[in-house]
Design a binder for this molecule. Structure first.
Ligand SMILES: N[C@@H](CCC(=O)N[C@@H](CS)C(=O)NCC(=O)O)C(=O)O
Ligand SMILES: *[C@@H]1O[C@H](CO)[C@@H](O)[C@H](O)[C@H]1NC(C)=O
Length: 295
C-alpha cells in the first residue's frame, strides 16, 4: 500500500509541467538560496545571469532586484523575493489544491517605511507555507519544527546575510579576491569586468565598513561570523543530521545557500577551520547532489 501511494504521489509531481527561469547574480546569497532549494528538489530551471551594471536582462520588471523567478505552470508568472519564491514553490509542490497563481496571491507585497524614512517593499507571510491540516502533518509531523524552520529562515535573511559582505571585503586583499571571483562567475564585459574588479573592490571595502557599523558588528567581523555559524550548529544539535531531521528543511537550505557564496574565499576557509560547521555543511553538499527527492 505504502509503495502504491508513493508511486501515485510521484506521478503528481509537476516534473515537466513547471517551467522555471531564474534571473540571478551567481554570487548573490539570495540567489544561491533559491538555487539550493530548486536543486535539492530536483526541479529543472534555466538561468539568466544578469549583468549587475546595466541589468538589462531584468528590464521587463519594475521589481529591480534579483532573484526573480519566472514560473510557468500553465500561465506565466513572475515571482519576486527569494523567500517568497521558496515558500510559494514549496507550497505548490506539497499541495496541488491551488494553482501557483493563487498560491502567490497569499504573499502580497506591502510598502513599509523604515525608521530611517526609506521606503521598502516587504512580502507578507514569506516564511509561511500555505498548507491545510493534512499537508501540515505530512510536512511538519511535529508542530515546533514549523516554528523553528521559520525562525531560522528569517535569521538567515535578517542576520546571516549581513555578515557576508563585511567578511569577504574585510581587507583590501580580500576585497580584491572577492571581486575577482564575482567578475569571474558573473556576467561582465571585458572592460567592464576589469573596471568592476578594481573600482568595485575599493568601493565595497568602504561600503562593508559602513555595513559593519549599521549592523553593529564587532571590530573583528570574523567573530560575528563564527558565533552565528556556531549558533546554527547548536540549533541543529547532535541528535539529527539536519534541522529538518534526516532531510534538510527550508532553514537548512537557506543557511547553506547563504554560506555557499563565500566558497573559495578566505572567509569561507576561516569559517571551516574555526567553527563546527563542517560536518553539517558536507552533509548539505551531499544531500543537494542527490537531486530529485520526493516531497
Ligand atoms: N529580499 C530580497 C533581497 C534581494 C536582494 O537584495 N538582491 C540584491 C542582490 S544580492 C539586488 O538585486 N540588489 C539590487 C538593488 O537593490 O537594486 C530577496 O530575498 O530576494
Ligand atoms: C513581481 O514584480 C512584478 C514587477 O514589479 C509584478 O508585476 C509582479 O506582480 C510581482 N509578482 C508578485 C507575485 O508579486
Amino acid at each position: 500500500m505504502k509503495k502504491i501511494e508513493s508511486v501515485l504521489f510521484f506521478l503528481q509531481l509537476p516534473a515537466g509541467s513547471l517551467q522555471l527561469t531564474l534571473y540571478q547574480y551567481k554570487t548573490c546569497p539570495f540567489c544561491s538560496k533559491v538555487r539550493a532549494f530548486l536543486d535539492y528538489h530536483g526541479l529543472p530551471y534555466e538561468i539568466v545571469e544578469v549583468n549587475p551594471i546595466m541589468r538589462k536582462e531584468i528590464k521587463f520588471s519594475s521589481y529591480r532586484k534579483v532573484p526573480i523567478l519566472l514560473a510557468n505552470a500553465g500561465s506565466p508568472l513572475q515571482l519576486n523575493d527569494s523567500s517568497v519564491i521558496i515558500s510559494a514553490i514549496k507550497t505548490y509542490l506539497v499541495s496541488r489544491r491551488n494553482s501557483l497563481e493563487e498560491i502567490v496571491s497569499f504573499y502580497p507585497a506591502i510598502k513599509t517605511v523604515t525608521e530611517q524614512g526609506k521606503e521598502v517593499l516587504e512580502y507578507e507571510n514569506k516564511y509561511w507555507l500555505m498548507l491545510d491540516e493534512k499537508e501540515t502533518k505530512r510536512v511538519y509531523p511535529v508542530k515546533e519544527v514549523r516554528v523553528e524552520e521559520m525562525k531560522w529562515r528569517k535569521w538567515a535573511d535578517d542576520w546571516l546575510v549581513h555578515l557576508i559582505s563585511p567578511n569577504v571585503y574585510r581587507t583590501p586583499k580580500e576585497a580584491l579576491a572577492s571581486f575577482d571571483y564575482i567578475v569571474r562567475e558573473g556576467k561582465f564585459g571585458t572592460l567592464e569586468g576589469l573596471f568592476a574588479k578594481y573600482v568595485g573592490a575599493v568601493a565595497m571595502f568602504f561600503v562593508s565598513k559602513r555595513l559593519k557599523k549599521r549592523h553593529q558588528l564587532r571590530d573583528d567581523v570574523r567573530e560575528d561570523l563564527y558565533e552565528a555559524v556556531n549558533e546554527w550548529v547548536k540549533a541543529v544539535g547532535k541528535n539529527r543530521l539536519f534541522m529538518g531531521g534526516n532531510q534538510p528543511n527550508l532553514a537548512d537550505l537557506a543557511v547553506y545557500g547563504v554560506l555557499r557564496v563565500m566558497e573559495g574565499l578566505e572567509a569561507f576557509d576561516d569559517m571551516m577551520v574555526h567553527t563546527k560547521i563542517q560536518p553539517w555543511y558536507q552533509r548539505m553538499e551531499e544531500a543537494i547532489e542527490k537531486t530529485g527527492v520526493a516531497i
